[in-house]
Design a protein around this ligand. Structure first.
Ligand code: KG4
Ligand code: ZN
Length: 346
């Protein structure tokens, strides 16, 4: 490691970071130059759709096929050369272990062969920092609601490398709640975007699903899922075509319930901390109902809301590269012995 610290001690004009993301079913690579994203290539894996969810072993195999062309494309699009890169940031945790191993193994080999530092990145920290990509940055401190297929968290972010989790889900993630509800309706995976689509023309108040009463800033979605299941079982017994005939209102009512759970906790977090700069991250940030709900709260409570571009909300390497950029400046490097981890505290 002595060589590496010598390497970064001499003054560099530009800091170029290669970011690699492979925690689930997106293989992604990005180049970040002095905190600006030059490229962000994302190869999504369609193969899982027919299985109704991500199949871990298949995900690892597709990452192996994609990783070299995706990194190549990121370098090409950024208009740089491999040897211009100053450090490699990669998703170390959490995620599917086989998928993480492909990205971490690749990052380690490249770091060794180019003799440049390696930077491990926590995927959830990177989701929060996706808000720092682009011209308009939120002011610190801010609250970030991270809502994805695997996680639901409210994070207090004081600076790029100083964050505190204020609340998180105790069971299903918000995206999972959307996807599992969609599955009950017979919609294909991932069902979140389809619920969003049908909900647009539906009545959100037609059917009522109870909001769980959870202490503090933690979330729970498993009760909602169960109440939707029982509701559908009862209704389809009375009318086998119930789902088909009421799909828009059912989706609107489900979305309304999930969005209420999220926005009520966000409001509580803002009132408790006094922080009114609110950010969102993760795939569920695409949800139109959630965006509308947060905008309504923003008007009511005078929040300043920041939502990253959609390609930076879903899993992507630009958020890994930008996190790598801040860690590079703080000289937070990882040894080659670093290993990927499916679960890791943060
Ligand atoms: O962040 P992401 O791309 O991957 C994970 O890290 O999980 O999030 C994927 C999740 C899926 O559960 C998907 O159904 C959900 O985000 N999602 C949506 C919408 N778009 C994506 N959920 C509701 N409404 C949407 N428009
Ligand atoms: Zn994610």
């Amino acid at each position: 490691m002595t060589n590496l610290s010598n390497y970064i001690d001499h003054q560099m004009e530009d800091i170029l970071i290669l970011g690699i993301e492979s925690s689930c079913d997106e293989t992604s690579a990005s180049i970040c130059k002095n905190g600006k994203i030059l490229s962000n290539i994302i190869a999504s894996q369609e193969i899982h759709t027919k299985y109704g969810g991500v199949v871990p072993e298949l995900a690892s195999r597709v990452h192996m096929e994609n990783i070299v062309p995706v990194v190549d494309a990121a370098i090409q699009e950024a208009g740089i050369h491999l040897h211009d890169i100053n450090a490699i940031a990669f998703t170390q945790s959490p995620g599917l272990i086989g998928a993480l191993l492909v990205g971490s193994g690749f990052a380690k080999s490249l770091s060794l062969s180019l003799a440049i530092p390696l930077i491990e990145v926590h995927h959830m920290q990177a989701h929060v920092l996706s808000n720092l990509i682009g011209e308009e940055m939120p002011q610190f401190p801010f609250l970030c609601l991270t809502v994805s297929g695997g996680h639901t968290q409210i994070v207090l972010c004081e600076s790029p490398l100083s964050m505190k989790i204020l609340g998180e889900t105790m069971d299903d993630a918000a995206g999972e709640a959307f996807d599992k509800s969609a599955k009950l309706l017979g919609l294909p995976y991932p069902g979140g975007p389809l619920i969003d689509k049908y909900a647009q023309d539906g009545d959100p108040l037609r059917f009522h699903f109870p909001e769980p009463q959870i202490e503090g800033l933690d979330f729970s979605f498993s009760g909602v899922k169960t109440s939707i299941l029982y509701f559908l079982q009862k209704q389809t017994k009375l009318d086998p075509d119930f789902i088909q005939n009421n799909i828009k209102d059912i989706c609107a009512s489900i979305q309304h319930t999930i969005v209420n759970i999220l926005t009520h906790k966000l409001k509580k977090a803002s009132l408790e901390t006094g922080i009114k700069t609110i950010c969102i991250a993760g795939g569920v940030a695409a949800n139109k109902g959630l965006r509308k709900g947060i905008q309504e709260m923003a008007t009511k409570y005078k929040w300043k809301v920041h939502i990253p571009k959609m390609e930076h909300c879903t899993d992507n390497a630009a958020m890994i590269a930008i996190t790598g950029y801040y860690k590079f400046q703080a000289k937070e490097f990882s040894p080659l012995s670093v290993s990927a981890s499916a679960r890791a505290s943060w």
